[in-house]
Design a binder for this molecule. Sequence first.
Ligand SMILES: Nc1ncnc2c1ncn2[C@@H]1O[C@H](COP(=O)(O)OP(=O)(O)OP(=O)(O)O)[C@@H](O)[C@H]1O
Ligand SMILES: [Mg+2]
Length: 255
Amino acid sequence: MIELAGVSRTFRTRSGDVEALRAIDLSAAPGEFLAVIGRSGCGKSTLLRLVAGLLRPSAGRVAIGGAPVTGPRPDVALMFQRPALLPWRSVLANVLLPLEIRGRVREPDRDRARAQLDAVGLAGFHRRLPHELSGGMQQRVALCRALIQRPSVLLMDEPFSALDALTREELAGQLQEVHMELRPTTIFVTHSIQEAVLLADRVAVLSNRPGRVQRVITVDIPRPRSFGHNAHLTDVAAHVAELTDLLHTHEPSPV
Ligand SMILES: Nc1ncnc2c1ncn2[C@@H]1O[C@H](COP(=O)(O)OP(=O)(O)OP(=O)(O)O)[C@@H](O)[C@H]1O
Ligand SMILES: [Mg+2]
């Protein structure tokens, strides 16, 4: 369970204070997939960094499993827009890195890493170096690396936004499968309404800066979901339309 209660964050800069987030109340139940959308600069990455323990709130409280977040934790995995793989390490060695840092890589871990790579379509690429892979393949490696610690919490900051549309859809489908199987509590930041509706149990829409929770909508479409034709196409369209309207609502920024 992830909980943010009354969370605000202001950055001090040389040209004055920047209020990024204001009074955020938001939670994600165990195993839930929560998407967060909002315009550029509304504080989405700040919100994730607060949950990851990379930043402290200026006010309010962030907790995971009832415990206040005081710093990075091994059961919380992060994935960013760029894969940030180590260029001199093989695909397999990159996936195993988080375990190695904590000093224990055993044969079953290697087996699990190989199985994960195979599951995301990277069978036969275990020994390659990152530069020998496409951007989409590298991001799949980053997903496997995030999952190798069997995290209870998965935080993703626009993980597919640097990829072409088809690769994005394919990866979103794979993430859906991974989530259905491992059920980490997930917060997924995206600019893509389609992606949010495909993946999320609920979608939180943030207002323009300072980011506040404008609305949280529930997506109760059965899984697996798909971008193509399916029995729930009208439900998907209705949610996409609702979110589009919300994102285009221009409310005046508070002073
Ligand atoms: N370390 C920092 N120092 C000063 N200001 C910051 C810092 N980090 C973020 N900000 C400011 O806080 C606001 C929110 O930034 P944030 O990166 O969270 O937005 P975002 O919603 O992730 O945007 P995008 O969609 O473009 O990634 C922005 O105005 C940004 O300039
Ligand atoms: Mg961001």
